[in-house]
Design a protein around this ligand. Sequence first.
Ligand SMILES: O=C(O)CCC(=O)C(=O)O
Length: 277
Amino acid sequence: MSSMSRSSTPGQSTVPSSTSRSATLRLKPKRLGPDDILAFKSDGYAVLRGAFGASDMARIACWADEIANWPERSGRHWVFHEKSRLDPARELISRIENIVPFHDGYRALCAALAAPVAQLMGENAVLFKEKINFKMPGGDGFKAHQDSQAGWERYASYFVTAVLSIDRATAENGCLRLAPGQHGRGLFRSWEPLSAQDMAGMVFRDCPTEPGDLVLFDSHAPHESEPNLGATVRRMYFATFNRAAEGDHMARYYADKHANYPPDIDRDPNRRYVFRV
Ligand SMILES: O=C(O)CCC(=O)C(=O)O
C-alpha cells in the first residue's frame, strides 16, 4: 500500500541500497486501528502508542547519536544549531534534516512509517521531507503553526507527518502540543505563525510520549511546543509524506529550501536568515 520516493521496493521496510552501509534492516510499526483512523479524522491527529518496540527504539536512538556525531560537510546531511536558552554561551544542535540519503537505518524507518501514513491517506504515500528535532536541554520551542504555512502547498495539497518519539517527551522537556478539531479550517496563511486571533477558541493539549510512540498529524493541524528547560534531551524524528498521486517533490523541496534557508555549513556570513514558520 505504501511507497517511498527513494526506495526501489515500495511498501516494504527493506533498505534497497546504501551510501554508508549495506545492511538490510527491517522495521515494522504497529498498524493503526479503526479508532486511530477515526481520531485522526476528527482531531487532525492520532497517537499510536508503542508503534515500535524497545529493541527497534534502542537502534533508532543509537543512529541518532551516530548522525549527531557525523562531521558537518557541505552536500551531506543538513545540521542546524541554536544557542542554548539555559546557557547562551553554548551552541546546541537544534535539528538535522536530509538524513535518508546518507543513512540506511533512517531510510528503512521512513519506508516503515509510510505504511501507517498510507492507511490515513487511503493511498500510497511518498516522502516529502524528514528531520530529527533534537531539542536538547536549553533548546527552543516552536510557536503555534500549521506545517503547510511553510509554503508546502506549492508542492502538494495535503501532507501527513509521522513523528516518532526517540526519547521520553514531557511537558518539562517540551513535548508536542496539539489543538484537536481545528484542521478542518484549512490553511490560515503562509509564512507566518498563527496569530492570537486565529487561535481564539483553539485549545492546545500536551501530548507526552514515550520512546516508540508515534504521533501522526495532518498539515493543517495546529501544533506548538515549549522550550526544553529541563534536564533531559527530547529527540523526535519527523517524516512528512504527501499523496503519491501528487508526485515526488523531495528533491525540489530541498533545492528550494537550500536557496532560502540552507544548513549552517552552507550559510553566507553576509546574509541574514530568518526562521519564519
Ligand atoms: O519539535 C517540536 O517540538 C515541534 C516541531 C515542529 O512543529 C516543526 O518542526 O514544525
